[in-house]
Design a protein around this ligand. Structure first.
Ligand code: ADP
Length: 256
């Protein structure tokens, strides 16, 4: 609580009293801390690939360029790190766009269609050890939303499900339940320990940083998903058992 006291005096010099203002600045402080953490996380996340790129360029300039095999390997690393920077910047921009602009371009979307599109899009990332089951229910009412946002939501969730499942299945269900659109994405992958479940929607939070980086993750995927769900006044829940698999459930209300 911030306390400010001001003495009130009339023009004649007579004392009128003291004005005391008590302000609850907990929320303000919390927002300020969140903003500061975000900026420092962004800086760190951007610096890591950049430092690596500059390091490899220096080594190349220092002579490594003469060795064709080494030079090729270094250039490949630079390429990967530059791509990481690109994805990171895209995710940061997307997140701030959703936060600041909300959603103005709403139209009726065929969600099963969106899911099928995303499955096709992610096909190149699939190994033959993972298969997708989509309980396609074609009787779903169109859902009013921004198709690009909804596509992004499925890309992030399905990409994770595939990424964190070495062998097994990813099951997608989509139906209408209690005047809501219900979506569930269930995998038989590595799972998430219970103690981390509360944190996975935080920006830049990864259970295993090294693993996530190796897989090309930015740590922003689920945070973006949560923002999109909230854009449509929905709820997202996660259930997971380490070593068994993870299920994300989303409820999106039809009515405003
Ligand atoms: P990332 O880019 O690291 O995947 P996300 O925000 O998408 O970031 O996810 C945050 C963390 O949650 C991941 O680093 C991972 O540890 C965990 N996670 C997300 N989805 C799954 C999943 N389907 N199975 C296991 N762990 C997951």
């Amino acid at each position: 609580i911030r306390v400010t006291a001001t003495r009130l005096v009339k023009e004649t010099g007579r004392d009128l009293g003291v004005l005391i203002i008590l302000e609850n600045i907990t929320q303000m402080k919390k927002l300020e801390n969140m903003r500061r953490d975000f900026v420092s996380n962004v800086t760190h996340e951007l610096k890591t690939p950049l430092t690596s790129i500059r390091g490899f360029i220096d080594t190349l300039k220092g002579g490594a360029i003469q060795d064709e095999v080494v030079a090729k390997r270094f250039l490949d690393i630079i390429d990967i790190e530059a791509e990481r920077l690109h994805i990171l910047i895209q995710d940061i921009l997307l997140l701030s766009e959703i936060e600041s602009k909300g959603d103005k371009e709403t139209k009726d979307c065929d969600i099963t269609h969106t899911i099928s599109d995303v499955i096709e899009l992610l096909q190149p990332k699939m190994t033959d050890k993972v298969y997708i089951i989509f309980d396609n229910n074609s009787n779903i009412r169109p859902f009013p939303c921004n198709p690009d946002r909804m596509k992004q939501l499925f890309i992030n969730l399905l990409d994770n499900a595939i990424k964190y499942t070495e062998e097994g299945s990813v099951r997608i269900q989509c139906k209408e339940k209690q005047d809501k659109l219900f979506i569930s994405i269930s995998d038989t992958g590595i799972g998430i320990e219970e103690k981390y479940l509360d944190r996975i929607f935080e920006r830049f939070y990864r259970v295993d940083k090294g693993r996530s980086r190796k897989m090309g993750g930015t740590g922003l995927g689920l945070s973006i998903v949560k923002h999109i769900v909230e854009l449509y006044n929905g709820k997202i829940n996660v259930y997971s058992t380490s070593g068994v698999g993870t299920t994300f459930e989303i409820w999106l209300p039809y009515g405003k």
